[in-house]
Design a protein around this ligand. Structure first.
Ligand code: OAD
Length: 231
């Protein structure tokens, strides 16, 4: 069975109603995202950082997977599909995809600031100052902040380097090391890029661009890949 690897970003969840980072000028209530999603911001203003993630987590209870997430589930009928997502939402899982790796963490999880191995599913949407782990330390969002290491990047590189096909969808490819994963693809492996807007692709070798929203673009591409596989 051929292995198809998908690198997804905020754009795949846009049609579910979750706004992307950079199409919104990268601002949240006049704060730059990079100023909220950092260890420094956490040190200075925990309430602000928690509020940012609480709002995003709360929104997760109001949104549903869209056609793009669902198309990737159908792809599993004929292919070994591995999704590497920069998203912290759980829409790939809720759609039913089997192999989903989160590069930048998961909104619905929290972890201890004392022991990073203590990771919990959060009940509800709100994490507050004073909420602690079993060892008594403050809990933080289970998110990879700017300036922090990306624990899953080596595993992600391995997955990409064994792909027979790569689909890149809904990411501006602005953030490293995630964007660097495209350099791990073996030569002659087809790369598809789905995005309705212009993305800087100057450093990507041969690829096919599908200039469309994720829902429409992925539905068409998945139909085509399933059809061609039957021939
Ligand atoms: P960005 O907001 O940087 O990029 C979103 C991409 O989705 C852009 O290229 C848009 O053109 C595209 N897009 C918008 N609407 C779309 C639609 N309906 N269908 C398909 N594509 C659409 O988001 P990411 O590249 O995911 O990191 O951002 C990467 C990381 O930067 C995030 O994981 C986050 C952020 O800061 C952390 O929080 C650590």
């Amino acid at each position: 069975m051929q292995k198809i690897v998908v690198l997804s970003g905020a754009g795949i969840s846009a049609e579910s109603g979750i706004s992307t980072f950079r199409n919104n000028n990268g601002l949240w209530e006049n704060h730059k995202i990079e100023e909220v999603a950092t260890p420094e911001a956490w040190e200075v203003n925990k309430d602000l950082v928690l509020d940012f993630y609480n709002q995003r987590r709360k929104q997760l209870f109001e949104v549903e997977p869209n056609d793009a997430h669902k198309a990737l589930v159908r792809l599993e009928e004929e292919f070994n599909v591995h999704i590497i997502t920069q998203n912290v939402d759980d829409l790939h899982e809720r759609a039913g995809s089997s192999h989903v790796m989160h590069l930048h963490g998961e909104l619905k999880k929290v972890r201890s600031t004392l022991d990073s191995g203590l990771i919990y599913d959060l009940e509800g949407w709100e994490l507050k100052v004073g909420d602690t782990c079993e060892k008594g330390s403050q809990l933080r969002p289970h998110i990879v902040w700017f300036g922090e290491e990306v624990p899953n990047i080596s595993l992600a590189s391995e997955i990409v380097s064994s792909a027979d096909c790569l689909i890149v969808v809904g990411t501006s490819l602005n953030v490293y090391p995630a964007a660097g994963l495209l350099n791990e693809v073996r030569p002659n492996i087809p790369i598809y890029l789905i995005d309705p807007f212009d993305v800087d692709t100057s450093y990507i070798r041969d690829f096919r661009i599908i200039k469309a929203n994720a829902g429409d673009g992925l539905t068409r591409l998945v139909n085509e890949l399933l059809e061609n596989n039957k021939k």
